[in-house]
Design a protein around this ligand. Structure first.
Ligand code: WT7
Length: 699
């Protein structure tokens, strides 16, 4: 938990790196068709009307039983939204659209190989596939309401089919990002207590077939080491009938979904009504300790919130063609590829591959071919597409009405390229700030009502009341010019319910910091602590400065420094490890590793460095690959023996290390500096972001 000094960023520092940007306005054409044009919306969602203000979101859904209490806040901070209500997510995302729209595309799958044509899955086809899969999961795999299932799959339609089949049965899914390693998947299987793993044989990435099934074997082995038994591994095949993995199937444990499904043709499963507060899914995310947190999301509150925000902020209409380029294995994909868009009955595009395959024109060709009109991606992809093909968007005839940026702060310059080139100066941009824990958007401009400001997420979305506190719990109102910790004053329907199996950690992580009275039954005493530094501009727009904890945001993905360090320490030669973020022009941040070796290690440094990199890739995944592994004689330490990551981060980013005279071993800093700075000169590090400056200050 962060403590004093975390946000001691001086006014001067901020002024040096942030200048007020100009406003951009939505077009009359956009406004004339927008869902949210009610100028009184913020008043209607004001705290005076809380929590009834959220009723309209729940009314976007079908309920088997209407709720009796909008918000049951009797046991803070374990909020219960729409208590007494019963519903089913699969019914809301599929069945209820059939009457009018059975022949409309629910999903359009775009394979990575350009010679494979896009495949449309209609709402009727989705209905059939989800029913048959649900029948299989129930009758063959023995799954029932409340059981957990781990799903480790790439971006193919079978992933949402599997998720929706779980939801139809009330089974809690835990989707693990396909790029995570088998070990990481195994940790999550064990923590969630899943007996069934659903995976796939392989997929295409950068034109190459990836062997995905091999990760399942590692995952099952890892789960077993942790005391969790996986009985069945269900394998979807990228090309039904043809196995593209070289890893053998295990007899009596592994089964092909396409073969099993033959016995379930035509089967229908009535959607199981679940309580609004029954969990829909778990999503693991990184925190300040080595152990990932299983973020538990509800059914009713979550679905209501993603449907409402998809309508108001993404401006999704049923007739739109909506494409979010995120991976379904992250929260963005859950909320804004699968659940929100399908609840509204729109068409959601799923792209298998990387945005730059075979070239940086690919996304724009897809947009042109499918006539996509809403586009959703992260700054990392925008930076990469700009770098590789700054003029590519001009070559294609597509028109976006709205574009989204999410996951990390976007530089104003990158924002302008997105606006001018990708959006052709026609599209509204929403910069949406939120987190895995939140279910849906927290801050963003309202697309038809607020002007855009490059680099700013904007005010709280309707019903979200942000506040920025300093370390003492005093408010930093708009225009203060001082950074603090962003919190949300009130609960909202999309907020997580708890950390799976660890309610104490839930309270400690998100509420302990600013709750003045733990006995209080009043939600007003329980502001939600997000863990981001932020600045409130005079116009009420919020600029997110980055994490205040030990989390590194790499290309919009959260990695815990402690997780990476634990991975390094599995290499027998390594005595100590410290991981710091380094500013990267494309990915935002990349981890850099410092290690000290055990005495008497005779192995060549190059060998140890290789072992460290492969340990990180095996235990976490390739996304965590460090930019460099430095072998240091010793780590800079405090007199009490704590490694000073802040000092290492300063060295790695060519920043001033500050006063190190109070360290136990100040001389080591100079040695490390010489070693690091002797490498080829890095790209100039002017404008080092605030999160790097603050990094490690809470040590
Ligand atoms: C962290 C949450 C929520 C979807 C993707 C990430 C950073 C998120 C923004 C934004 C600046 C952002 C924050 C946050 N972040 N959106 N628009 N501007 N920073 O989910 O993996 O839970 O990461 O991403 O630091 O705390 P996540």
């Amino acid at each position: 938990m962060a403590d004093r000094n975390t946000t001691e960023v001086s006014e001067a520092q901020i002024a040096a790196h942030w200048k007020e940007e100009e406003y951009y306005y939505p077009s009359a054409k956009f406004i004339s068709q927008a869902n949210l044009v009610d100028a009184d919306i913020d008043k209607k969602f004001g705290l005076d009307n809380f929590p009834e203000s959220f009723k309209g979101y729940a009314d976007l859904l079908d309920w088997y039983k209407y709720w009796h209490t909008t918000l049951d806040s009797s046991n803070p901070p374990f909020w219960k939204w729409f208590a007494g209500g019963q519903l089913n997510v699969s019914h809301n995302c599929i069945d209820r659209h059939l009457d009018k729209n059975k022949g409309k595309a629910a999903i359009i799958f775009v394979p990575e190989l350009e010679e494979e044509q896009p495949v449309a899955v209609t709402y009727q086809e989705l209905y059939v596939r989800v029913n048959e899969t649900a029948a299989l999961l129930r009758d063959y795999a023995g799954l029932k309401k409340g059981d957990r299932v781990t799903i480790h799959m790439p971006m193919t339609p079978e992933l949402p089919v599997t998720m929706l089949a779980c939801a139809r049965l009330g089974v809690i899914h835990s989707v693990v990002f396909g790029g995570f390693s088998g070990m990481a998947c195994g940790d999550r299987i064990a923590d969630s207590g899943s007996r069934v793993l659903i995976t796939s044989d392989g997929y295409y990435r950068n034109g190459q077939i990836q062997n995905h099934k091999e990760k399942a074997d590692i995952a099952v082995k890892r789960a077993k080491e942790l005391g969790a038994q996986v009985d069945k591994v269900l394998v979807w095949r990228r090309h039904p009938g043809k196995y593209i993995s070289s890893t053998p199937m295990v007899n009596g444990r592994d089964y092909f979904m396409d073969e099993l499904l033959k016995d379930y043709r035509g089967k229908r499963v009535a959607p199981v009504p679940v309580a609004a507060e029954d969990p829909l899914f778990l999503m693991y995310t990184s925190g300040t300790t080595g152990k990932p947190k299983g973020i538990q999301h509800s059914t009713g509150g979550y679905l209501a919130y993603v449907a409402g925000t998809s309508k108001n902020i993404l401006d999704i209409h049923p007739e739109d063609i909506y494409w979010c380029m995120a991976d379904i294995g992250w929260i963005t994909g859950h909320s804004y590829i699968v659940y929100g868009p399908l609840a509204l009955g729109t068409t959601s595009v799923i792209y298998e591959g990387v945005p730059t395959y075979p070239d940086a024109g690919r996304p724009w060709r897809i947009a042109q071919q499918l006539d996509v009109n809403i586009f959703h991606t992260a700054p990392t992809s925008i930076r990469q597409l700009r770098k590789l093909g700054p003029e590519e968007p001009r070559k294609y005839d597509y028109h976006f009405k709205l574009m989204v940026t999410v996951g990390e702060p976007i530089e104003p310059d990158v924002w302008r390229w997105y606006y001018n080139e990708v959006g052709k100066k026609e599209a509204v941009i929403v910069d949406t700030w939120w987190q895995t824990e939140n279910g849906g958007f927290l801050c963003s401009t309202k697309p038809a009502l607020n002007p855009m400001k490059p680099g700013s997420a904007g005010p709280g979305v309707p019903g979200i009341h942000p506040v920025i506190y300093d370390e003492n719990g005093d408010e930093l109102p708009p225009g203060t010019q001082k950074a603090g910790n962003i919190c949300i004053r009130n609960p909202w329907p999309g907020i997580m319910q708890t950390i799976w199996g660890d309610p104490d950690r839930f309270v400690a992580t998100y509420y302990a910091k600013y709750c003045k009275n733990r006995q209080s039954k009043n939600w007003r005493d329980w502001p939600y602590f997000a863990g981001d530094g932020a600045l409130y501009a005079a116009d009420g727009y919020i600029r997110i400065l980055g994490r205040v904890d030990d989390v590194i945001n790499v290309a919009g993905h959260r990695l815990g420094t402690k997780e990476l360090e634990s991975a390094c320490l599995t290499v027998p030669e390594v005595a100590e490890a410290a991981v710091v973020p380094v500013v990267d022009q494309i990915k935002g941040r990349i981890p850099e590793v410092y290690i000290a070796l055990k005495p008497g290690v005779s192995l060549d440094h190059g060998e140890v460095q290789k072992k460290v990199v492969s340990a990180i890739e095996d235990i976490i995944g390739k996304i965590a690959r460090p930019s460099h592994v430095w072998v240091a004689e010793d780590m800079p330490k405090t007199r009490s023996g704590k490694i000073m990551r802040r000092v290492l981060a300063a060295v790695s980013n060519n920043m001033d290390v500050g006063d190190v005279t109070t360290l136990a071993n100040p001389d080591i800093v100079e040695h490390i500096k010489i070693m690091v700075q002797s490498r080829a000169k890095r790209e100039a590090s002017t404008g080092t972001p605030e999160d790097i400056k603050r990094f490690g200050q809470n040590e």
